[in-house]
Write a protein that binds this ligand. Structure first.
Ligand SMILES: [Zn+2]
Length: 440
């Protein structure tokens, strides 16, 4: 399957599905043709012109359905910064180059390969297996992909279990190796911060300047370190690592969950700086002011000033609990106007699918452990869970980081690429997960 899955990924990368505008129908039609050649029927449905989603199903027994889900849109690329053009899908010395190789056409290709193999090998499935390659995960509010399918073609994508992007990359800590399964992600709470004041002439300053009020509120919100709200997933992640470490390292890892010493303990853990920053965010609600708007003339004090703030919610938190943390910091005549709210997500690891992943990773990498992980960013889980709260969505694209070459850090960056070796590793591990989970 090496050449076949490599070819799928190269072909998929060559369709420019930068979102916006997306044009995911290019990928959807391609995949539908691949399935068609194999004798598998599929449906391509468009949420808007050129925003295509492709879904196919292999019928199986009466156990709860598993869906292999991927998104076919990608983020923009600036070709001038790339060694090989971002939509070339070039294969150079065992590495496939291009936007989407990691996020996430690689997994779309691997899942396609697995789906074809199940059909080709006439595997007797104990449950239905659904394959879905959908639009619109990367941009804005993502209304044209899996969420749209659930709203408009609910039967097509009816499932209990979903495997998609998110976790999977291995991490090495203190001589131990771990593979993550993403079981949760932070919520989104984006809002406009509006300060009202008294308009006036710039030559006569007064104490009710909206720009000053907004600035003071922003300075407070933007520098506040909110209290920690450790979630079961983060606890399991840190405990899972602590179990393999020496006593002192283990106590620093566990200390991260203790409000009294969290920040100091975190700095003493063996994580790299990026991981430390990300765990610090995963522990609590965070706010990042990102855009500003006030006034239109340098000599006129405006009556209003506005900032946009990107807020993220720790698991277990809601719009109400974050507002309770924000409100004491606002100050006079500053108000919050909610722009976007989607609650955090946290899936249980007490499930047969999670157990299967643990088993299969154990058979491929006997020394590695599987641990659940949270992500600061989002996946399509955020479109599924609000509509179908009983779905278990796991992010698992198994990959091995090679020393000095962190593929994960290329996601959304320049020179995104994946080794054929890693693509094959992912395909084999995921194939075994599907085989074990979907056969008796
Ligand atoms: Zn993605």
């Amino acid at each position: 399957m090496k050449d076949e899955v490599t070819g799928f990924l190269q072909d998929l990368v060559r369709f420019d599905t930068t979102n916006p505008p997306g044009n995911e129908t290019l990928c959807a039609n391609y995949i539908a043709e691949v399935l068609e050649r194999e004798g598998i029927s599929s449906s391509v449905t468009e949420s808007e012109p050129e925003r295509g989603n492709v879904v196919a199903r292999l019928d199986g027994g009466d156990q709860e359905t598993l869906m292999l889900l991927g998104h076919t849109d990608v983020v923009a690329a600036e070709p001038e910064h790339w060694t090989h053009p971002p939509f070339s899908g070039k294969l150079v010395d065992g590495t496939i180059w291009g936007r989407g190789t990691l996020d996430m056409k690689g997994m779309v290709a691997a899942e396609l390969m697995i789906f074809l193999l199940m059909h080709r090998q006439r595997i007797k499935l104990n449950r239905d297996l659904v394959y879905a390659a959908t639009a619109d995960e990367e941009a804005g509010k993502g209304h044209h992909g899996i969420g749209w399918l659930i709203d408009n073609h609910p039967d097509m994508v009816d499932t209990r279990y979903v495997l998609t992007e998110g976790g999977g990359a291995d991490i090495q800590i203190g001589g131990s190796q771990f593979f993550t399964v993403q079981t949760g992600q932070k919520g989104i709470f984006r809002f406009l911060l509006k300060a009202k004041g008294r308009p006036g002439h710039g030559s006569v300053p007064h104490d009710e300047n909206a720009v000053v009020r907004l600035s003071q509120a922003l300075a407070r919100l933007g520098t506040e370190r909110f209290p920690i709200h450790p979630s079961p997933t983060l606890k399991a992640f840190l405990e899972g690592i602590a179990d393999t470490q020496d006593e002192q390292t283990a106590s620093h890892l566990r200390g991260v969950l203790d409000p009294e010493q969290s920040d100091d303990a975190l700095l003493r853990t063996p994580f790299d700086n990026d991981t430390i920053a990300s765990i610090r965010s995963l522990l609590r609600n965070t706010l990042s002011p990102t855009m500003l708007d006030a006034g239109s003339k340098i000599n006129v004090i405006p009556g209003e000033a506005v900032a946009w703030v990107d807020g993220r919610l720790a698991p277990g938190q809601t719009d109400e609990t974050i507002l309770a943390e924000i409100e004491p910091l606002l100050g006079e005549d500053v108000t919050v106007e909610v722009d976007q709210y989607s609650p955090p997500i946290e899936a249980t690891i007490e499930s047969p699918l999670y157990e299967t992943i643990v088993d299969v990773v154990g058979s491929h990498e006997p020394d590695a452990r599987v641990i659940p992980a949270l992500m600061t960013g989002g996946t399509d889980a955020k479109h599924i869970l609000p509509r179908r709260p009983d779905t278990l969505v796991y992010g698992f694209m198994p990959m091995k980081q090679r020393e000095g070459e962190e593929e994960g850090s290329l996601i959304h960056g320049h020179d995104e690429r994946v080794t054929v070796e890693n693509l094959l590793f992912a395909t084999r591990v995921l194939y075994d997960v599907v085989m074990e989970f979907c056969t008796d």
